[in-house]
Write a protein that binds this ligand. Sequence first.
Ligand SMILES: Nc1ncnc2c1ncn2[C@@H]1O[C@H](COP(=O)(O)OP(=O)(O)OP(=O)(O)O)[C@@H](O)[C@H]1O
Ligand SMILES: [Mg+2]
Length: 474
Amino acid sequence: MPETDGQDSLTFAARVPQVLRALGQAVAAPRHDVPVGMLEGRVTGLSGLSVSISGMKDFTGLGDRVVIFGLDGRETDAEIVAFRQDIAIAMPFNSLEGIGSGCRVIFKLFDKERRKMMAGGALAVNAGWQGRVIDPMGQPMDGKGLLPSGGLPQKIHATPPDAALRARLGPRIDLGVRALNLFTTCREGQRLGLFAGSGVGKSTLIGMLARNTACDVAVIALVGERGREVREFVEDDLGPEGLAKSVLVVATSDTSPLMRREAAYAAMSVAEYFRDQGKSVLLLMDSVTRFCQALREIGLSSGEPPATRGYPPSVFAELPRLLERAGPGVPDAQGNAGQITAMFSVLVEGDDQNEPIADAVRGILDGHVVLERRIAEAGRYPAINVLRSLSRTVPGCNSDEENQLVRRARAILSTWEDMQDMVRLGAYRAGSDPKVDEAVRLAPALEEVLKQSRNEAATLAESFQALRAVFAAG
Ligand SMILES: Nc1ncnc2c1ncn2[C@@H]1O[C@H](COP(=O)(O)OP(=O)(O)OP(=O)(O)O)[C@@H](O)[C@H]1O
Ligand SMILES: [Mg+2]
């Protein structure tokens, strides 16, 4: 045997353990983001908004995302929303156009770790998203180019933090709107409902809150708005300074119900990203009603029975799962926790007390703000009925003197509400009731305090000072 051959085999023999070790390392540290296989299925039927798919059995579960290859070659993402025997029922994130019976469907198989992360989708959120408008899939919508990449993946359908581990509510938060600072004073991490009909000033108020609230980041979800309104909201209500500290997640009314649902969840996961960095986040969602309507469309399409006012039962199970994600985070080793202070708008027409969504939301949240058409028509903006609005952390978060001021103002406004028609008709004789006399004297000035133009900001201290000034003058 030639000498060199012996040397080569020796060298190779010596290298074997080394090669095995390298191979072992490669096997021991697999890459989670590479699919380990591909499951292929076929579209067997289409009806309404949903697609039936065969071949997904045993490997896919509820909430898994598949890709459908349309006849025109387009790829459509879809989510599995139900199973009927061996057939998976999926709903597309975009339109069903170009999808027919027999179309190919694939589901990427990942290892366990990645699957856990991928179930229901994830967003790679980045601090550079502030100032941007994105869609629920994390794609830019503002024509300002690509979003900065390299973010931390956030589960879109995350579960709320463990109730026992959550921090308590933070200190008082300055909302920058007098009527709210005074009559529904909030603490960081509190969640409020904003109940209003259409056209009474929701978007304007949400814009004011985004600009004026003393928070680090504002995350705004626009769910099911008309397309034209989005630009108006960004340019008129939010303005450049509001936009600079905000991330907007938008799904307009013409998008699929899945997209509208995802807009709410995606905004929540963006807020969670900033909260987990210890920031004070303000989450504004307009509107929860449209989110529930999207859930209703999904539920009914997947074969659920309609229950309360056409809403299937799953809506009322899913709603708290979304709303509970707002609030305080879990404290870090130093005991600091980020907070998501949240305002969820709810559409109410007229004085409909039987509106099931309004009822459910009111029960879950820590307070409500009521906007009324009657007040808007009288020209007082923001059209907040302070007597019907409530924050559950008041009076605990104010000083005794502040509580006294607010109690007195409430009493005067309440008397004024009862008596103003009599007074205006001349049916009340001055001097017959000191309480009414006080209301006649002070209510107009209090109404002035509640008035605030869209470009004006008022801190907590200024708000209480304005109230003191009314009483000092009266
Ligand atoms: N603070 C304010 N000061 C002056 N005008 C206001 C104020 N807030 C609202 N308005 C008036 O009310 C109108 C409707 O407001 P806005 O668009 O915010 O209502 P909305 O509830 O969002 O309506 P929609 O239901 O159509 O979305 C505005 O065009 C504006 O004229
Ligand atoms: Mg609006």
